[in-house]
Design a protein around this ligand. Structure first.
Ligand SMILES: C[S@@+](CC[C@H](N)C(=O)[O-])C[C@H]1O[C@@H](n2cnc3c(N)ncnc32)[C@H](O)[C@@H]1O
Length: 257
């Protein structure tokens, strides 16, 4: 279940809130929503209206994952929501999968996956500031019980955990995913999914070549373009603002050596 509340007036005026404990009011484009007992009661029921000090109103809605991913606190680039969705349909990840993420970043991917998985996602990163921020995002909007973040040295060949763990899927969000080739080969199950996200096509080609020589098959590379439309009585057309290129997503499966 997604966490938090979305105060929604219109597409242009919506506010994502997580914790209101230490706030007196929520500042909106249309006045302040005062935090009092009435509001606290209203927050128990999605779909209710709350009024601002200027007499305008917002609906209390359950935020979508996209609302959350757009609004989390970022210390890095994050996976875009359209790309996250594509990861699920192009892999065999299910609620019992063991997943390793390399490059936690701001925690966008692990917070999303924590809603769908019954096993702990192990997510590793070299940057303490990013990990700290990702944990705070996951606590706010994901399920931290299902995410274990680990600060690591520049590059690992072995995971700093006791038992030999085999993962069903590995997601790596680094420009040179093959620097982790040895680790990936040693901890990914035969038949497991490898997903790498790289910004340019030369990195796609180079990475595919390296993984193909090391026991990976069934490569698929995608660039997803998502275009939202403005639907009006007259003049419906694509929204002028849309994300052109975000990342190249590549999927492959590991075979038995
Ligand atoms: C683009 S961000 C990942 C974004 C993340 N997928 C998300 O959705 O929020 C890349 C992350 O990789 C980390 N990183 C860079 N080099 C690394 C390395 N050699 N090993 C592990 N993590 C690394 C960076 O600190 C950064 O947090």
């Amino acid at each position: 279940m997604s966490k938090g509340y979305l105060l929604y007036n219109s597409v242009e005026s919506k506010i994502l809130i997580s914790d209101i404990t230490n706030l007196d009011s929520i500042i909106t484009h249309k006045g302040k929503v005062l935090i009092n007992n009435d509001l606290i009661n209203n927050l128990k029921h999605y779909g209710q209206k709350v009024f601002t000090t200027k007499g305008k109103f917002y609906y209390i809605l359950k935020p979508t994952y996209k609302d959350i991913i757009l609004k989390i606190n970022r210390t890095t680039n994050t996976i875009n929501s359209k790309d996250i969705a594509h990861i699920l349909v192009n892999t065999s990840i299910n609620k019992n999968s063991k997943v390793l993420e390399i490059g936690t970043g701001s925690g966008a991917f692990s917070l999303f996956l924590s809603h769908f998985i019954n096993k702990v996602i192990l997510s590793i990163d070299i940057n303490f500031k990013n990990l700290k921020n990702s944990v705070s995002n996951i606590k706010k909007y994901g399920d931290i019980d299902y995410v274990l973040t680990l600060l690591i040295e520049n590059k690992l060949n072995k995971l700093p955990i006791k038992s030999k763990t085999y993962f069903d899927a590995i997601i790596i969000d680094l420009a040179e995913p093959y620097i982790y080739l040895d680790l990936i080969v040693s901890v990914l199950k035969d038949g497991g999914d490898l997903v790498f996200l790289v910004p340019n096509v030369e990195q796609v080609k180079q990475s595919r070549e390296i993984f193909a020589k090391s026991g990976f098959v069934y490569f698929r590379t995608y660039e997803l373009i998502e275009r939202e439309w403005l639907i009006r009585e007259v003049g419906s057309r694509p929204h002028e603002k849309y994300l052109n290129h975000s990342i190249f997503l590549t999927f492959a499966k590991k075979i038995k050596n």
